[in-house]
Each structure stands twice: as C-alpha cells, then as structure tokens.
Design a protein around this ligand. Structure first.
Ligand code: ZN
Length: 137
C-alpha cells in the first residue's frame, strides 16, 4: 500500500467519523475529571469494551453513530455509493454488538453505550456518565 492510498483512506475515515477529538478521548477526559477509576480497551472481555469500571462492574462502549446505526441523524445516514456493502457491514456490526453485550451480561457486567453524538458537549457527557455509574441498590 503506498502512502497516498493510506492518506486518502484516513481522510475518508475522518470525514465519516466527524472531525475533532475522538469520542473515546473525550470520555476519557471526563472520567478522569470525575475521578472514576477505569480501564481502557479491556482485551480479556468480550468485545474489548472501550471503558470498564471495575468497582461498578460496568462496561461502557463508545459507539460511532454511523457504524453502529444510532437513531440520530448521523446514524441513519444512508450512503449512496456501495449501499448494499454498507448495509451488510452495519447490520453485522449491530449483531456483533448484541452478541458481545449478552456475553458481558452473562459475566455479570452491566453494559452501557455512549453514542458519539452524546460526547460532543463535556457537560452532557458528564451527566450521562453520572447516570450510568450511579450505584443502584
Ligand atoms: Zn448519534
């Protein structure tokens, strides 16, 4: 693969994901600010959750709206080109998400999803995280 191809591709990817800071990095920053203890990309768990909060036994995925077909505007976008390809790819992603969530729940984890569009404002993000990590007894 030559450099030009790689550059073109990463440019396309960044257009799909939306520019600016990566959603995971924004979640990371807010978690640090709220002093939550967490582990990133825990590879010994199904689906390698983006964030795991061991004390709360909670797994958190940060999902790109497009790839994981969120109900928001960005998630419902239908690519005109290669639409069959994208449709299959996104359907497979949804199935895999559901399977991994079930596996995690079977291990006793609570599983939550934060959508990319929920990470844009630090305040909203902090509220969502507090909600998710509230201890329920
Ligand atoms: Zn969304």
């Amino acid at each position: 693969m030559d450099v030009h191809d790689r550059k073109t591709r990463s440019f396309n990817m960044s257009r799909i994901r939306g520019s600016g800071t990566k959603p995971e990095a924004r979640v990371n920053d807010v978690c640090v600010k709220l002093k939550y203890s967490f582990v990133r990309n825990k590879s010994d768990l199904p689906g390698k959750p983006d964030f795991v909060f061991p004390r709360k036994k909670t797994a958190l995925f940060v999902h790109g709206c497009f790839w994981h077909s969120h109900s928001c505007l960005a998630g419902q976008k239908k690519p005109v080109q290669n639409s069959e390809f994208w449709k299959k790819k996104r359907e497979a992603t949804i199935e895999r998400d559901a399977r991994q969530q079930a596996q995690l729940e079977a291990l006793g984890y609570k599983v939550h999803v934060l959508w990319e569009c929920e990470t844009k404002s630090a305040d909203t993000l902090a509220e969502r995280l507090k909600q998710i990590l509230r201890v329920r007894r």
